[in-house]
Write a protein that binds this ligand. Sequence first.
Ligand code: 0L1
Ligand code: MG
Length: 257
Amino acid sequence: MDLQAIAEEVWQHQEQAQELDKLTVRYPGLTVDDAYEIQRLNTDRALKAGDTLAGWKMGLTSRAKQVSVGVDEPIYGRLFGQKELFDEELSLTGLIHPRVEPELAFVFKHRLEGPRVTARDVWLATECVVPAVEVIDSRYRNFSFTLVDVVADNASFARFLLADQAYSPYHCAWDEIGVVLRQNGEVKQTGAGAAVLGHPVRAVVQLARMLAKVDQAIEPGMVVLTGGITEAIHLHAGDDVTVEFDGLGEIRLHIHE
Ligand code: 0L1
Ligand code: MG
């Protein structure tokens, strides 16, 4: 199978915000390892085009999402620097059918690597924890994909925004943090940090161990999005979205054409 050609097809659809038919229907032999290789090939391409690797994201970290995709394992994707939002404005240009979800981001001061990383290693390597939102936008028609498809599409990553205020990793019990997601003033989703694999630190542990298999690491300065605390909600032009993180402040997002 020509993974370079498939990567090119995914890249074009990501760049042009065009819907893509499931790869696994057209290439039934595609494996999860192939899909991560497609993701890596497109990362090389993005870096050559001048983008930066800002960090990693974990996806499918809640049981609800794993059930909806029919899997029992999380996945990882790459965060690109040019896709970080710097204010509360989100343009729909370049997006197909975006959704937003609240997350907790870990920012690293030390390198974290290896197949036997523990939660203790994560805390010692973490500079701070920051409330965040991820905008996901599957390039697949109707957000319909298998595990292999979604990995090849960089785990649906589209944009991310970190709150202004960062916290010490020891500030609170991150699994107990409650979150309320509102759209135009109406409560759409509520959740707690425990929705992320029981505790968001476990998403980082799992990420480091998955990366060890492909000789990759979490580098100093990198951001790790640990996974959606609630279901993601669809975004439309004119929406005002707020995410309240209990005792930690609020993130606002205004959506426009
Ligand atoms: O960040 C996520 O959990 C998204 C992973 C991909 C699944 C989706 O697009 O809903
Ligand atoms: Mg996410």
